[in-house]
Design a binder for this molecule. Structure first.
Ligand SMILES: Nc1ncnc2c1ncn2[C@@H]1O[C@H](COP(=O)(O)OP(=O)(O)OP(=O)(O)O)[C@@H](O)[C@H]1O
Length: 637
């Protein structure tokens, strides 16, 4: 049974914590200048720090950065790929910014980067030249010392309670400045050699052959809070539930997953209170068209679904099984589309827009809260009964006034309301009680999230194909409407007790016009595509990469690099590109090919939903009912 504490089965959003200064540092930095004074700290002060790279090591970074850099990425690694280090540091900067925005109260690994974030990584011309030299000479060049401009904006913002906080150059949103000559990303390994193919029939769920804990990482990613072993659920030969069986236990959880929250170290804050770090702005233009403009570009949600079937095809025509279902892609090269910058909505404006959407009546008589399902970044989810019926719904309740990202919430509600599909968690209605208690009523997916299942059980290929197929249907629908989800991962896949598979968490959704791209850094690093990590422009193909990573989660129980510290993980993704498929030899040729088509570093050559929906691997999909014993076994624990 899920509770507030157990609803999140792992710490996945903890980059901010890792990157945060120590508690001691934080205390120092957050000391109020004068509690008795009403004068706030200065706004938007900018500190410039010059960071050097001498071909051997980085220098000049604020000490907390240096400590983390040296702890997580060895000098040899820094030297072998300074570009990847810079990429990782960009995320450091971004996480600092997000931490600042969320007033250090919460942690997250979900980054957004908006124009107004003042976070931009730019290398000085000298560094660019230096890195180019390194590339030209396979890292052996010893050019003169160069510097990297680090801009640290130091803001003191009034807190909602009227207090202020200040940040110093060591903790504030740091931005590394990188000029136009962005060094190329690290070389990406060419496609892997042909796999030794072996059928992966998986008659009974098995343990994930996962590696033991590494000795070093100071904070381990946590996929599960329970230490209770779980046993193998029953299944018939086709994986369907055994009639009359309540469902034997799921497989014992691998020892490395037997982590209790107490094992998480490094002064982490509560694992269930992650910050919401989404920066999608919105504006409701009229009754039928919602124009949502984010500070990072355009987000336009249109009600004109039928007239909005935009092409999302691979413009290079690299897909292998295009069907007519996918409109022809535009041939012109992608053009960067930037919204004319506008002010973010004020809280009052967001509230006004919200009031236009919510049901003005009082929900208290209509919904009876039964139990808490879990706590997310922005609120608490309950299961509730609908008065006078046997219907059960999920209600997400959020304290609106203290939400750090009110516009993002608005976007999530708008997207949920507007885009309905059998494989999306459907919005029912929303309320704003007493101007602060925001209720979002939606389908209740009793089976919980896919993470619970992949952590505790081992799905076979037929079941994995079934899950992927359902997710692809939802993605195909979203992409067809030019919507990019941008946060595909097992946490955001909810399951029904009958095996239904639905995508949720629309807060990061953005609309991309065909042929255009975005450059906002959004998502969760472990699932993030290389083009996002490298701050390149991207399009809907980022969801395909993340889907491939989620497929690896279903094989291995976790995404690649989860055991690494986030800084190292980002470095590795930036450096390695396509992750190693550890169990390649155990997988069928079809599955291997499916993964290979998702995990293509070049998005232009990556498959799209049309190709993948027709992929031979999906022919292996078992009935969704084959998931039932697994879901049951996990839920009943
Ligand atoms: N419609 C639903 N049905 C069943 N469980 C749900 C539903 N929505 C969310 N949950 C569960 O409730 C918990 C909290 O969900 P929530 O969406 O708030 O988490 P989050 O994604 O971390 O937060 P946020 O969306 O605010 O960033 C999770 O365990 C999630 O699986």
């Amino acid at each position: 049974m899920s509770t507030a504490k157990s609803s999140k089965v792992r710490i996945r959003n903890f980059i901010g914590r890792i990157f945060s200064p120590s508690e001691k540092d934080k205390d120092e930095e957050m000391k109020p200048s004068s509690s008795a004074m009403d004068i706030s700290q200065p706004y938007n002060t900018v500190h410039r720090v010059h960071v050097g790279y001498d071909g051997q090591k980085f220098s000049g970074l604020p000490q907390p950065w240096m400590d983390i850099l040296l702890r997580d990425i060895s000098l040899a690694d820094q030297k072998s790929n300074p570009n990847a280090v810079v990429t990782a540091l960009k995320f450091y900067a971004q996480s600092m910014k997000e931490n600042e925005k969320t007033k250090f109260m919460t942690t997250n690994s979900v980054f957004t980067n908006s124009d107004d974030d003042d976070v931009d990584v730019q290398l000085t011309g000298q560094v660019t030249e230096h890195l180019r030299n390194l590339q030209c000479t396979n890292g052996s060049a010893t050019s003169p010392s160069t510097s990297l401009s680090v801009v640290s904006s130091c803001s003191a913002r009034p807190l909602t309670n009227g207090n202020t906080f200040s940040t110093s150059s060591t903790d504030a949103s740091l931005s590394l400045s990188e000029r136009n000559n962005v060094p190329s990303p690290a070389p990406v390994p060419s496609s892997e050699s042909a796999p030794q193919l072996k059928s992966f029939t998986g008659e009974a769920p098995k343990l994930h052959p996962r590696s033991p804990f590494p000795t070093q990482p100071p904070v381990l990613p946590q996929r599960s809070k329970t230490s209770t072993p779980v046993m193998t659920p029953p299944s018939s030969s086709n994986g369907a539930p055994v009639p009359g069986s309540k469902g034997p236990p799921v497989p014992p959880k691998p020892s490395h997953l037997k982590i209790t929250s107490s094992t998480v170290s490094s002064g982490c804050s509560s694992p269930i209170h992650h910050s919401s770090a989404r920066s999608v702005g919105n504006s409701l233009s009229n009754g039928s068209v919602i124009s949502t403009t984010s500070s990072d570009g355009d987000v336009q949600l249109s009600n004109k679904e039928n007239s909005n079937d935009k092409s999302v095809g691979d413009k290079n025509g690299n897909t292998t099984s295009k069907t007519t279902a996918e409109p022809a892609a535009p041939e012109e090269p992608p053009v960067r589309v930037r919204a004319s910058h506008r002010e973010k909505l004020s809280d009052t404006e967001v509230l006004d827009q919200l009031r236009e959407i919510v049901n003005p009546s009082n929900p208290l008589g209509k919904y009876e809260m039964k139990k808490q399902i879990g706590v997310g970044a922005s609120g608490t989810v309950f299961v509730a009964h609908v008065a006078g019926s046997s219907d059960v719904v999920a209600v997400k309740r959020m304290a609106f006034k203290t939400q750090p990202k009110k516009e993002m919430l608005l976007t999530e509600i708008k997207v949920m309301k507007q885009y309905r599909h059998p494989n999306l968690v459907n919005y029912i209605e929303s309320y704003l009680v007493d101007a602060d208690d925001l209720w979002v009523v939606m389908d209740y997916l009793e089976g919980g999230n896919l993470t619970d299942v992949v952590v505790k059980t081992e799905l076979d290929e037929g079941q994995i194909a079934a899950v992927l197929q359902e997710c692809l249907k939802a993605l195909h629908f979203l992409h067809r409407h030019s919507i990019v989800h941008r946060d595909i991962k097992s946490d955001n896949v909810l399951l029904g007790m009958n095996g239904e598979v639905k995508l949720t968490d629309m807060g990061f959704c953005a609309q991309i016009q065909p042929g255009s791209k975005r450059d906002t850094v959004v998502g969760t690093p472990y699932w993030m595509s290389p083009e996002i990590l490298n701050k390149k422009q991207y399009n809907y193909k980022v969801d395909i990469w993340s889907l491939g990573i989620m497929a690896l989660e279903m094989i291995d129980g976790e995404p690649p690099y989860l055991r690494e510290t986030p800084l190292k993980a980002i470095y590795l993704i930036a450096q390695n590109g396509k992750p190693e498929i550890k169990q390649r030899d155990r997988l069928s040729s079809e599955f291997n090919n499916f993964l290979d088509r998702c995990l293509v570093v070049d998005p232009d050559n990556r498959a799209d939903t049309t190709e993948l929906l027709a992929h031979p691997f999906l022919k292996k999909a078992k009935p969704l009912s084959s998931l039932i014993p697994y879901i049951r076994a996990v839920r009943e624990k």
